[in-house]
Design a protein around this ligand. Structure first.
Ligand code: MN
Length: 190
C-alpha cells in the first residue's frame, strides 16, 4: 500500500526584510518524506544563517533517526544564534509519522490525534537537554499543519479542509501571518 500524501509549504520574511529566519526542508527518501521547519532565533540575516545551516544539516543526514538528527543539529548549529526546529518523518507506505521538536514551531491537526506531539522547550544549538519522539498514524482525511510563531494560532483548520495542501499553506500564510516576524507553514494532507 502506498498512501496519497500531499505536502504544501508557504513562507515569507518579516515585511521589510529580505533575509528570512524561517526555513524549511523537504527530503524525499525511498519510502518516507522528512520535513524540517526551522525558525532561527529572532529575524534578519543571523536568523537566516542559523536556519539555513540547520536545513543543510538535515538534507545531509536525512536518513538518521530523528533523535540522532536533532542531537546532531544541536552540535552543528552551535556557533549560530540557534533555532526552534520541528522534524517530522511520514511513511509513504503506511502514513505513520514520527515527530520531534525543540522550541516553538507548533503542530495543529484537523482531527484530534491519539498522540499529540510533544515539544521540548529550548533552543537547538544551545545544548538541548532532552529529546522526545512522538509517533502516530495519519488516516484518510487528516490534515496536519506545522507553523512558526509568525503565524497566529487562531486559525480554524476546518475552514480550509476542502483545499489542497498547498492551497491551505498559501491561505494560512496570507490570512494569519503576523506583521512583526518571519512566517512559515507546512501542510501535510492525506
Ligand atoms: Mn519566529
Amino acid at each position: 500500500m502506498t498512501v496519497e500524501l500531499q505536502f504544501g509549504c508557504a513562507s515569507r520574511p518579516k515585511p521589510g526584510e529580505s533575509a528570512c529566519g524561517d526555513q524549511t526542508a523537504t527530503i524525499h527518501g525511498p519510502e518516507w518524506v522528512l520535513l524540517a521547519v526551522v525558525d532561527g532565533l529572532g529575524h534578519g540575516p543571523e536568523a537566516e544563517t542559523a536556519a539555513l545551516a540547520a536545513c543543510t544539516f538535515v538534507r545531509d543526514h536525512a536518513s538518521m533517526g530523528l533523535s540522532e538528527l536533532m542531537a546532531g543539529l544541536d552540535r552543528a548549529i552551535a556557533r549560530t544564534r540557534g533555532a526552534a526546529i520541528t522534524l517530522v518523518r511520514v511513511s509513504l507506505a503506511t502514513g505513520e509519522w514520527t515527530h520531534i521538536a525543540v522550541g516553538n514551531v507548533e503542530w495543529s491537526s484537523l482531527r484530534r490525534l491519539e498522540n499529540h506531539p510533544l515539544t521540548v522547550p529550548g533552543v537547538v544549538g544551545a545544548r538541548v537537554r532532552k529529546l522526545v519522539e512522538t509517533r502516530g498514524q495519519l488516516a484518510s482525511g487528516d490534515i496536519v499543519v506545522l507553523y512558526t510563531d509568525g503565524i497566529s494560532s487562531r486559525f480554524r483548520l476546518q475552514s480550509y479542509s476542502s483545499l489542497t495542501a498547498q492551497a491551505i499553506a498559501d491561505a494560512l500564510l496570507d490570512q494569519w501571518a503576523k506583521d512583526h516576524d518571519d512566517a512559515t507553514c507546512v501542510v501535510i494532507k492525506l
